[in-house]
Write a protein that binds this ligand. Structure first.
Ligand code: NAG
Ligand code: NAG
Ligand code: NAG
Ligand code: FE2
Length: 478
């Protein structure tokens, strides 16, 4: 093992380079100048308020049901309550249908929110482009979105994965790069606006600016939300102590459709994927609502219909960065054995402001009476991917632990996002795309083989060759 540390110059990344034996992972030696990790000033055009009296702003959509035939469209008006109606249709300017939403407003310390509209548009057709219009008269605004294909094991679909985004120039680069990939929906792994870095009324003001900032993407493609620690916003000195208040008012999720009791954990099915969203900052130990819900939801997964089982959470379960080291350990202890039992394909997390990918490993052989406690290769285990590198104002997590643990396949401390391009029931192409200053550079890529269909394919093949009897019970008894 070798290790080399280049001293940290003001705006230069630390370089860790470690080339171990053949099976060891890679710590990327990429170095470049860092753009300032500061939030873009509020008067910058990226936060521009749309023109016109009471014009809808902060427009964003998310999946509105379990199977992808509905969206929730959300927006904010600031001059008055305005209209709750979404007009929509199959061609631009021809809005044959309408749906009516709900309106709410709230205060946070002395900040008064605008009028927040959420409108469920359901009964949509699959694989269809819809155009929609909100607001009235001269201030009305027009957008579009594309519904996913029908639930089908071979439906192809491309997800972008973004975490820990914030509202800096690096964040803008991440959103723009993700847009260039034609990702059809975004899986967001928590920590949205970083408004909690502000105080008093500026907290609410920075939630609003973030809403205007992400509209360029989120008005046109659903973002599947999960909550991070920056959404908690526990501010006793402002007498704001109810967790997730700003987040929950603004970013609805279709949790009722998956029989969850909380918007913070839920599941959706989209094309050939079953996506489970967990909350790292809500109770999850045995017998809690989240634990009981997940136990049931994993039973509901039908890999014959949705072969791809994807889990989102904020705090990573495997992380070899000094930042937030072992913060996901408590959830690992509770859920890791299920992830292996149900053969989850991939777990995406954020929180650590760097990129890291694991091998298929598990640490479920451990119990309090066994001394050995370390991850071992496990074909049933998911791949764990940390994409907390969206580019928020806290900057990068530059210190990886040395030596690189055996479970860590690739790690790099720079900004970026991932894409998962599902081709069919057996194959998906995965990329991590680094923000290389102005450019998007695919850096870590591999073919993801489906955990369920890979196995049954092998099962069929082996059966044909009369080798079934020698297959270990362990692999097939589930
Ligand atoms: C919501 O808006 C109404 C109408 O403008 C206003 O009277 C009320 O005080 C607002 N409520 C909150 C909680 O801000
Ligand atoms: C814990 O490990 C010990 C030693 O391998 C084993 O005897 C025991 O059955 C294990 N307990 C559980 C609950 O798995
Ligand atoms: C699935 O996609 C992969 C990658 O594009 C391709 O090689 C494979 O033949 C496809 N399988 C089927 C059954 O279409
Ligand atoms: Fe975080």
């Amino acid at each position: 093992m070798c290790s080399m540390v280049v001293p940290l110059l003001l705006s230069t990344f630390v370089l860790y380079s470690c080339i171990g034996n053949a099976s060891a992972g890679v710590t990327s030696a990429f170095v470049r100048n860092e753009w300032p990790s500061v939030d873009i000033p509020l008067d910058n055009e990226v936060f521009a308020v749309p023109k016109g009296y009471n014009a809808p702003q902060q427009v964003h959509i998310t999946q509105g049901d379990y199977d992808g035939k509905a969206v929730v469209i959300s927006w904010v008006t600031t001059d008055g309550p305005g209209s709750n109606t979404v007009r929509y249709g199959l061609s631009e300017g021809k809005y044959d249908f309408t749906a009516d939403g709900t309106l709410q407003n709230y205060t946070f310390y002395n900040y008064k929110s605008g009028y927040i509209h959420h409108c469920l548009v359901d009964g949509l057709q699959y694989s269809t482009k819809y155009y929609y219009e909100i607001g009235s008269g001269d201030s009305s605004r027009r957008f579009w979105f594309q519904t996913p294909p029908e639930i089908d094991p071979d439906a192809s679909y491309k997800f972008g994965i973004i975490g820990d985004l914030g509202q800096t120039y690096n964040s803008l680069s991440t959103i723009e790069h993700c847009g260039q990939t034609d990702a059809q929906a975004v899986l967001f792994v928590g920590d949205l606006s970083y408004a909690d870095r502000y105080d008093h009324n500026d907290v609410g003001i920075r939630w609003d600016s973030w809403g205007r900032f992400v509209e360029r993407s989120a008005a046109y493609r659903p973002w599947i939300w999960s909550a991070g620690n920056h959404e908690i916003e526990y501010f006793p000195h402002l007498r704001e102590v109810i967790p997730f208040r700003n987040y929950l008012h603004r970013y609805p999720t279709p949790y009722v459709a998956s029989e969850s009791s909380s918007p913070l954990w839920y599941a959706v099915r989209r094309a050939s994927a079953h996506i489970i969203v967990l909350s790292s900052y809500s109770p999850f130990v045995k017998y809690t609502p989240q634990w009981r819900w997940l136990a049931q939801e994993l039973k509901n997964v039908d890999r014959e219909k949705t072969p791809w089982l994807i889990v989102l959470m904020h705090a990573p379960i495997y992380n070899s960065n000094d930042a937030h080291f072992m913060e996901g350990e408590s959830m690992r202890v509770v859920f890791e054995s299920w992830f292996c039992q149900y053969k989850v394909d991939v777990v995406f997390a954020g929180h650590v402001h760097a990129y890291e990918r694991s091998y298929r490993i598990s640490n479920i052989q451990y119990n309090v009476s066994t001394r050995a406690s370390y991850p071992v290769p496990d074909k049933s285990a998911p791949i764990y991917i940390t994409v907390g590198d969206g580019g928020n104002q806290e900057g990068l997590a530059l210190r990886f632990r040395d030596p690189q643990p055996d479970y860590s396949a690739f790690r790099e401390a720079s900004y970026g996002h991932s894409t998962l391009e599902i081709r069919n029931r057996t194959h998906a192409l995965y990329h991590w795309n680094r923000n290389d200053d102005g450019k998007r550079v695919p850096t870590d890529s591999f073919v993801l083989h489906n955990q369920y269909w890979g196995d049954s394919h092998r099962r069929r093949k082996l059966k044909k060759n009369h080798l079934f009897s020698i297959i270990s019970k362990r692999a097939y008894s589930q």
